[in-house]
Design a protein around this ligand. Structure first.
Ligand SMILES: Cc1ncc(COP(=O)(O)O)c(C=O)c1O
Length: 437
């Protein structure tokens, strides 16, 4: 068994040969246990191998492994749509399934184009939507995702994301501490957002893509790969208003923010904004490959039958895992636990921020939390961030980074994480900070 036969294109955060996972832990082939605060990049929200999800997978596998939806309709798929109806906003009542997040984002854009008869899409700086050609073109979080793949599909226009810590207006007028405080108050910004990002968006609609040729605005309600940024609520509410005024469809990419991650079933609940199209993946099926485009029936009816589809979506085992995932989340109140443990984590990180000025910003919502590292001049410090992540891994805590400068440590523990495990992680992080600084 030699690792050199795996394609090197996969960048690898750690060199760990994993044997199995249990709840918040990964166990390697030597028996070493790691507290896994990466969750397979925000996927295993119910923890590794939740016994109820495992049983649902086993039971479905014994009955049927593949039931192609163009041919038959499997019961697990209908069970899943029943469960989704209980957690989606009431207007969202019709579902299309595929396998990965990128596939679902592409599908949402295809739906928007057919439903509106328009060609163009607006996305945001810092966004990540996937690695297919269309979703690469929609991705602005790092050039490494796009470099040497150009030219990419056209018709994609990019506006700034509302990011109080990095906002150019706030950078001119506020100190770093004031910006961190503003960023921490999001989404409840109470009218303190300067409106820079929205001003640029209005300008984009005047100068680059006219509203009548714009099919959709696609946005992550909390920015993921781009740095775990919670925007002011006014930002998303104004996007809704712009879309309503011009007949543009609002698409929320909740691939990373969905399924309890932010302390609500979907992040949209924090902002009081309902999109026209909701995209889900990652936490949906606890690690089985499944993604979903959800919308209202009237809009889905404009999607020409046969003009989109696929062999595998929805895999019937993934559907069974997803239906049980939703039941587990409701019964074990996992979004509520995410909110409580997230508050505990952010409190602990803010205490550490006082001791270590290299932590420029602590921000987040629920269990989608970021610590951004800066040098003495306030510039992004990627090298220090990497040293901190390595020092944590040496102490058996796994963390990933994100952000355009790769200077953000992201905290994405499973939603089953306990108060003791959060304390354990904070203690390890404190020891790592002591070592690095
Ligand atoms: C917000 C968002 N959208 C889309 C994707 C792409 O998902 P996938 O890797 O399953 O294609 C990701 C993956 O990280 C994501 O975070």
């Amino acid at each position: 068994m030699a690792k050199e036969h795996l394609a090197p294109v996969w960048s690898r955060a750690f060199d760990i040969e994993v044997d199995h996972g249990e709840g918040a832990y990964l166990v390697d082939v030597t028996g070493r246990r790691y507290l896994d605060f990466t969750c397979g990049i925000g996927v295993t929200n119910t923890g590794h191998a939740h016994p109820r999800v495992v049983r649902a997978i086993q039971a479905q596998a014994a009955r049927l492994i593949h039931g192609q939806i163009g041919t038959v309709t499997a019961r697990s798929v209908l069970e899943l749509t029943d469960e989704l109806l209980t957690v989606c906003p009431p207007s969202i009542d019709t579902f299309f399934f595929s396998n990965s997040g990128a596939e679902a984002v592409e599908a949402a854009v295809k739906l928007a184009k057919q439903a509106t008869g328009r060609t163009n899409i607006i996305t945001f700086e810092g966004s990540f939507h996937g690695r297919t050609h269309l979703t690469m073109a929609m991705t602005q979080s790092k050039t490494s995702y796009r470099a040497r793949y150009q030219p990419l599909p056209s018709g994609i226009f990019v506006a700034p994301y509302a990011h109080c810590y990095h906002c150019p207006v706030a950078q001119r007028t506020l100190s770093a501490t004031e910006r961190a405080a503003l960023s921490a108050s999001c989404p409840h910004d109470e009218g303190r957002c300067c409106g820079y990002a929205l001003e640029r968006l209005h300008w984009l609609l005047k100068t680059q893509t006219a509203p009548e040729e714009t099919a959709a605005i696609v946005v992550e309600p909390v920015l993921g790969e781009g740095g775990y940024v919670v925007p002011p609520a006014s930002f998303l509410r104004e996007l809704r208003a712009i879309c309503d005024e011009h007949g543009i469809l609002l698409i929320f990419d909740e691939v990373q923010t969905g399924f309890g991650r932010t302390g609500a079933f979907f992040a949209l609940e924090h902002f009081g904004v309902v999109p026209d199209i909701l995209v889900m993946a990652k936490g949906l099926a606890s690690g089985m490959p499944l993604s979903c485009v959800a919308s209202r029936r009237e809009l889905m009816q404009k999607w020409q039958p046969g003009s989109h589809g696929g062999t595998y979506g929805p895999n019937v085992i993934s559907a069974a895992a997803a239906a049980e995932t939703i039941r587990v989340m409701k019964e074990e109140r996992l979004p509520e636990n995410a909110a409580a443990r997230g508050a505990q984590l952010m409190y602990g990180l803010r205490q550490l921020q006082r001791e270590f000025p290299a932590i420029g910003d602590v921000r987040g919502i629920g269990l989608m939390v970021a610590t951004e590292f800066v040098d003495a001049e306030g510039r992004p410090d990627k090298a220090a961030t990497q040293r901190v992540v390595r020092a944590c891994a040496e102490r058996n805590l796994l963390l990933l980074t994100c952000g355009s400068y790769e200077n953000v440590v992201r905290w994405i523990p499973p939603l089953v994480v306990t108060a003791e495990q959060i304390d354990e992680a904070l203690n390890i992080f404190a020891a790592a900070l002591d070592q690095v600084f």
